[in-house]
Each structure stands twice: as structure tokens, then as C-alpha cells.
Write a protein that binds this ligand. Structure first.
Ligand SMILES: CC(C)(COP(=O)(O)OP(=O)(O)OC[C@H]1O[C@@H](n2cnc3c(N)ncnc32)[C@H](O)[C@@H]1OP(=O)(O)O)[C@@H](O)C(=O)NCCC(=O)NCCS
Length: 198
């Protein structure tokens, strides 16, 4: 998906992929050059300037991000051309915005964040570094999301909720109150409540 976004945006030339586990070969026409051991020589021997950390796992992505920066490479953003980004949104470095993402006014996206397919991040949301917002999530206004947290596929977060660091929100959750650091929460409780207008 990162390759697809970079190819469609046509801002950067893609030299290759470093993959610790996969065989040599190619992905979507881009050669797999070898393992992460090659990081240190990418700039000097191959003239590579930038990188995009292209794994979903937040802890591993941070490790790769730090290793690539230590090797003298610049984090590049991979932004699919169908992403709609408010001119008042701010983006960190090494950010991946997949197809159909919407970032609304005054939201702040930290370094090394993935906002995945079709997710929306509304006004005044603060997303710290290393967060992954999975496909189809909706993050309402004034929400804050701490460093390294995963918001699972299709989750919705009510406005002004604070989600802590390294938390995991299970796929399909409805998050309507604050979530502490390191917590894993699942589910969507629909129950009748007293409401002044009912
Ligand atoms: C919440 C989650 C982290 C739990 O994973 P896990 O620790 O491996 O837990 P398990 O699959 O063993 O499930 C534990 C319990 O939680 C329930 N559960 C798991 N995921 C759930 C979810 N998303 N919603 C509701 N219940 C869930 C299971 O049914 C099980 O219940 P039980 O103990 O009553 O049988 C995981 O299921 C999840 O939703 N991850 C998000 C994945 C995602 O969106 N990735 C994005 C890819 S781009």
C-alpha cells in the first residue's frame, strides 16, 4: 500500500525495499534489495535520501524508524492522492496516509503514524507518534491518542475522549470514555440511558 501511494503520488522515486524476512524479488515492480543490514550503506552506496517505515506493528515500526534515521536517512511521507487533508492539519515525518483518508482542520498527526484506508480524523484531534489508525476508523473532534496506540479496524471514538499511550482498541469498538495507557478495550455497548430530551 505504501508503494502504491508513493507511485500514485509520483513525488519520489522508489529505489527499493529492505525486508528482514522476505525473499529477494520484487513487490509491485519494486526490487527487494536485501535485509536491514543494508540500511547503513543506502545513502553512501545507493544515493538513497529518504525512507518510509512500512509495517503496521507500532513498536517494530518505531524501531525501524530510529534505525533508518540513525543511518542518515530522512523520513518521507507516503500520501495517497485520494487523501483529503485540511490545509490546517499538521503532519509529522514518516507518515502514511492511505486511500480515502480525511484529515480535518487543526488535527495534528505525529511522526511515524499510519492512518489507514478510509479512516477519518476530525477537527482538533491530536495523534502522537507511532500510532496506527486502522481502516475505516472515525476519530471525532478534540480526541487525543497517545504514542504507540492501535485503533482497531472500524472503531469509532467519541469527541473529546483521551486514549492513552500503547493502548489497543479492538476492531469495531465504540470508544465513548477515556482509555488508560497500555489498556486493551473491546466492544460497543448499546444500552438505553436517561437523556434530558427523551
Ligand atoms: C482486541 C484484540 C487486540 C484482542 O486480541 P487477543 O489478545 O489476541 O485476544 P483474543 O483474540 O484471544 O480474544 C480475547 C477475547 O476478546 C474477544 N475479542 C477479541 N477481539 C475483539 C473485538 N475486536 N471486539 C470484541 N471482542 C473481541 C474474544 O472474543 C475473546 O473473548 P472470550 O475471552 O470471551 O472468548 C484483537 O482481537 C483486535 O481486535 N485487534 C485489532 C486488530 C486490527 O484492527 N488490526 C488492524 C490491521 S490494519
Amino acid at each position: 500500500m505504501v508503494i502504491d501511494s508513493l507511485q500514485m503520488a509520483a513525488v519520489h522515486e522508489i529505489v527499493g525495499i529492505l525486508d528482514e524476512t522476505g525473499p529477494l524479488g520484487e513487490v509491485l515492480g519494486v526490487p527487494v534489495l536485501g535485509s536491514d543490514n543494508l540500511l547503513s550503506e543506502m545513502r553512501s552506496n545507493h544515493g538513497v535520501i529518504g525512507f518510509v517505515p512500512a509495517v503496521g506493528d507500532n513498536i517494530l515500526r518505531r524501531r525501524l524508524f530510529d534505525a533508518a534515521v540513525s543511518a542518515g536517512l530522512e523520513p518521507v511521507n507516503a500520501i495517497h492522492p485520494t487523501a483529503v487533508i485540511s490545509r490546517y492539519a499538521t503532519l509529522g515525518r514518516g507518515v502514511a496516509l492511505m486511500a480515502g483518508v480525511v484529515l480535518n482542520a487543526d488535527c495534528q498527526i505525529g511522526d511515524n503514524v499510519i492512518v489507514n484506508t478510509g479512516a477519518t480524523v476530525d477537527h482538533d484531534v491530536r495523534v502522537e507518534s507511532d500510532v496506527h489508525i486502522a481502516p475505516g476508523c472515525h476519530i471525532s473532534g478534540y480526541v487525543s491518542i497517545g504514542r504507540g496506540t492501535l485503533i482497531g479496524t472500524g472503531s469509532s471514538v467519541k469527541d473529546r475522549v483521551h486514549i492513552g499511550e500503547r493502548a489497543t482498541i479492538g476492531a469495531g469498538a465504540a470508544v465513548y470514555r477515556d482509555v488508560p495507557n497500555y489498556a486493551t478495550v473491546v466492544g460497543s455497548q448499546m444500552r438505553a440511558v436517561e437523556h434530558p430530551e427523551s
